[in-house]
Design a protein. Structure first.
Length: 666
C-alpha cells in the first residue's frame, strides 16, 4: 500500500470520520491541485465528480526552490458506502482485501453519468465492476436524467446505451437554453505573485449546462488575464469533467535574475592526487601527487567573469516583473604577493615566475626553493616563504618549514616537516616520538612508520602505516596493493579506508572518526593537563597538611611560613585551573557532538582482533576477524555493512571549495 494512503487509512482521524458521519476528508500537501485530485481518488476509490475540495494554503515558489511550499488542500468524498469499508485492528481493508490499489478489483454497481454541454446532452454508462450490481431498469436511468433536469432526449438511444453499457460518451439530445440560469458557475483566482491563474467550474444543476472553453476564455479576458493562457489544458480539463477543481489556466514568465560576478581559475589550483599505476604494479607515479604548479611571469591565473543583467518576467496580467541584476565585486582583496590585474581589469596574472599558493583565500605566486641533494649538514634547517623541493632525503634531526608545499624525492627520517600546503614524500617517513610532519593540505607518502602526522586535508599512503599517530581533517586512505594500518592511533573526520586494519598478532590499533581530530587533540591535552593538576593538587595538599601539623607542635620559621603561603596559593590556582579545564572540556565535548559528521571506517580486505573503533562517541572493540566491511555509527551504536569500496580522494586546498573564498562566487 502507498505509505501516504496507509497512514491516512490507519489514522484515528480517518476512523473517527468513518464512525461519526457520512463524509470522508483528508488534507494533502501537493505540488498541484490536479495531483492531489488523483491521489484522493486513489485513496477513496471514487470518480472525480464525487470529490470536493478546499484550498487551505496556497503554494509559494522560493528562489532556487529555497523557501518554497506546496498546496495544502482538503479533499472530501461525500458519496461513499460504509459497507465497503472494514477496519480490523490497525489495518484498513476493502472487501476484506489488505490494501487499496489501482490494480485491485473494486465492487461497484453500474454507473450512469450525465453531461450537459452547450452542444447537447451526453450520456455515458459504465458497466459494473467486481461483484457490483448491473442496473438494467430504465426507470433508474430516467430518474438520473430527470435529476439533471433533462426531459427531452432520444429515449431509444438512451435505452440502447443502458443495455450495452460500453462506457462511451454519446449525445442523446439537445440542451434546453431556457435553463441557462442553472448553468455551472465559473470562478478564478490568482496566486500571490500573480504568476499563476486558476479557474474552477462547479457542477451544473436542474438542466443547466457545464462551462466550456469559450466560457473560460471570456472570464479570463474580462478579468484582465491575458498572458500565458493555457487554452489546450483548460479545454481538456473541462472536457474531462473536472468540477470543483482549480485548473491552472495561465502561467506567467518568471524573471531571470542576473549572475553575480565570479572568479574562474585558469590553472589547476586544486591539483590531482589520483594514483596512477605503471607497468610495475608495485611502483607509483608520484608526479601526479604534486601540487607544485610552475607559473611563468605574465601567465594568466584566473579570469574575472562580470556580472550579468537580469531578464524581466511577465505576470498573467501582462505586467512586467523586474529581475535583479548580478552583483559586481572587487577582487583586490584576494590579490597576494607577485600577482596583479591586467590592463583590462579582466585577468589575474603572475608578476614573477614561481609557485601558485592559495592561502587564507588569497592567491599569490611564490618562488620555489630547490635542494639538489639531502637536507642535512650541508643545508641546515630550512625556513622558506614559498615551496621547497628536496631532490634527496631529509636526514635525522633537521627541519623544513614552508609557507607553500614540501616535496621530498627520497625519505624523511626523524625530522620535522611543516607546510601550509601539501607534504609529498615519494618514498617514506620513518620518525620517532619526538618528530612530526604537519601539513595544511595533504600528507602523501609510500609508507609511514613510528611517526606523528597531522594533515589539514587527507593522509594518503600506498603501502603501510605502522605504529604511528595520524590525524587528518578529512580522510586517511591506505589504498596500495598491500595497504595496511597496524598499531598506533588513526584519527580522521570523515573516513579511514584501508585494505587491512590491525594484524594477526593483535597489535592494539585505535581508529577514530566523526569528530574533528583537532578538537580530539584539545580534549586529550585538557585531559592530560587535568591529570597533572590532580597530582599537583594532591602534593600541595600533603605539603600544606605537613606544615600545618608542624605549626601545631612548634612555631614555624619565616622560610616555612613562606612555603606554606606559597603552597596554599599554588593549590588555589591549581584547583581553579582544574575546574576551568573541567568546564572547558565539557563545553568542547558538547560542541563536538553538535559538529559530528557522518563518517566511516572501512577495511577492503580484512580487519583483525585488537582494533578499537571510535565513531563519534560510540566505541566498538573488534574481537574477531571481519572481511571486506565498513563500519558506521547510527543511533549511538557502531554498525556494519558490506565494504563500501575505495575512498574518493578529495584534494581541495584546506578542504574548502573555491566558491567559499571571500570576494567572489563560483
Amino acid at each position: 500500500m502507498n505509505e501516504l494512503r496507509k497512514k491516512i487509512l490507519e489514522s484515528d482521524f480517518y476512523k473517527e470520520v468513518y464512525d461519526t458521519q457520512d463524509v470522508m476528508s483528508i488534507e494533502l500537501e501537493v505540488s498541484s491541485i490536479e495531483a492531489g485530485i488523483e491521489e484522493a481518488t486513489a485513496i477513496f476509490q471514487c470518480p472525480v465528480d464525487e470529490l470536493s475540495y478546499k484550498v487551505i494554503r496556497d503554494a509559494k515558489k522560493g528562489i532556487f526552490n529555497i523557501g518554497s511550499t506546496k498546496y495544502l488542500v482538503k479533499y472530501t468524498h461525500t458519496q461513499h458506502s460504509k459497507s465497503n469499508l472494514l477496519f480490523t485492528g490497525s489495518e484498513c481493508k476493502v472487501d476484506n482485501k489488505p490494501s487499496f490499489s489501482k490494480n485491485d478489483i473494486i465492487n461497484k454497481d453500474t454507473d450512469i453519468i450525465v453531461r450537459v454541454k452547450r452542444d447537447g446532452v451526453y450520456l455515458k454508462i459504465l458497466p459494473p465492476q467486481g461483484t457490483g450490481k448491473r442496473i438494467n431498469d430504465i426507470t433508474v436511468l430516467e430518474g438520473k436524467l430527470l435529476a439533471y433536469g433533462v426531459v427531452e432526449y432520444d429515449s431509444s438511444l438512451a435505452k440502447e446505451l443502458l443495455e450495452s453499457q460500453t462506457g462511451e460518451l454519446v449525445r442523446i439530445g439537445d440542451w434546453d437554453e431556457m435553463k441557462s440560469k442553472y448553468n455551472a458557475k465559473l470562478t478564478y483566482s490568482v496566486s500571490e505573485d500573480k504568476m499563476q491563474a486558476f479557474i474552477t467550474a462547479t457542477s451544473p444543476k436542474d438542466g443547466g449546462r457545464e462551462v466550456d472553453i469559450e466560457d473560460a476564455l471570456e472570464l479570463l479576458k474580462n478579468s484582465g488575464i491575458t498572458y500565458g493562457v493555457l487554452e489546450d489544458d483548460i479545454k481538456k480539463s473541462l472536457d474531462d469533467g473536472n468540477f470543483n477543481v482549480p485548473i491552472l489556466a495561465a502561467e506567467g514568465k518568471q524573471p531571470i535574475h542576473g549572475r553575480n560576478a565570479k572568479l574562474e581559475y585558469l590553472i589547476d589550483i586544486d591539483g590531482k592526487t589520483m594514483l596512477e599505476e605503471t607497468e610495475d604494479e608495485d611502483s607509483i607515479d608520484y608526479k601526479s601527487f604534486s601540487k607544485i604548479i610552475n607559473i611563468e611571469e605574465g601567465e594568466r591565473l584566473a579570469e574575472k567573469l562580470p556580472a550579468t543583467v537580469g531578464e524581466s518576467g511577465i505576470d498573467v496580467f501582462g505586467n512586467s516583473v523586474d529581475a535583479k541584476d548580478g552583483k559586481s565585486i572587487e577582487f583586490k582583496d584576494i590579490l597576494g604577493n607577485n600577482v596583479k590585474m591586467d590592463d583590462e581589469d579582466r585577468y589575474i596574472i603572475a608578476s614573477i615566475s614561481g609557485q601558485v599558493i592559495v592561502k587564507n583565500k588569497i592567491i599569490s605566486v611564490e618562488p620555489i626553493f630547490e635542494v639538489a641533494g639531502d637536507v642535512g649538514p650541508g643545508t641546515g634547517n630550512i625556513t622558506f616563504v614559498g615551496s621547497v623541493i628536496v631532490k634527496g632525503n631529509v636526514e635525522d634531526n633537521y627541519s623544513i618549514k614552508a609557507e607553500g608545499h614540501i616535496e621530498v624525492n627520497g625519505t624523511v627520517g626523524k625530522a620535522d616537516l611543516e607546510a601550509d600546503g601539501d607534504i609529498v614524500v615519494k618514498l617514506g617517513i620513518q620518525g620517532n616520538d619526538n618528530s612530526y610532519v604537519k601539513a595544511g593540505g595533504n600528507v602523501i607518502a609510500k609508507f609511514i612508520q613510528f611517526s606523528n602526522i597531522e594533515a589539514g586535508n587527507n593522509v594518503i599512503v600506498t603501502e603501510a602505516i605502522l605504529n604511528s599517530n595520524i590525524d587528518a581533517d578529512n580522510k586517511i586512505i591506505v589504498n596500495g596493493k598491500r595497504a595496511s594500518a597496524s598499531g598506533g592511533r588513526l584519527r580522521a573526520l570523515y573516513e579511514v579506508n584501508c585494505k587491512t586494519i590491525g594484524s594477526t598478532s593483535g597489535a592494539k590499533t585505535i581508529i577514530e572518526t566523526g569528530y574533528s581530530p583537532a578538537k580530539r587533540r584539545m580534549i586529550d591535552s585538557m585531559s592530560k593537563e587535568k591529570e597533572e593538576l590532580e597530582v599537583a593538587i594532591e602534593d600541595f595538599q600533603n605539603n600544606i597538611k605537613g606544615l600545618e601539623q608542624l605549626a601545631k607542635k612548634s612555631k614555624l620559621d619565616d622560610e616555612k611560613k613562606e612555603q606554606l603561603r606559597s603552597f596554599k596559593e599554588q593549590l588555589e590556582q591549581s584547583i581553579s585551573r582544574r575546574d576551568e579545564i573541567v568546564i572547558d572540556r565539557e563545553n568542547m565535548l558538547q560542541q563536538m557532538e553538535i559538529e559530528k559528521v557522518k563518517s566511516y571506517i572501512s577495511a577492503g580486505k580484512e580487519i583483525f582482533s585488537g582494533v578499537e573503533l571510535i565513531i563519534g562517541a560510540a566505541e566498538f572493540n573488534i574481537r574477531q576477524e571481519y572481511k571486506a566491511i565498513t563500519f558506521f555509527e547510527a543511533d549511538g551504536i557502531i554498525q556494519s555493512e558490506k565494504y563500501r569500496g575505495e575512498a574518493v580522494i578529495d584534494t581541495k586546498y584546506d578542504n574548502k571549495p573555491v566558491a567559499e573564498f571571500k570576494g567572489y562566487e563560483s
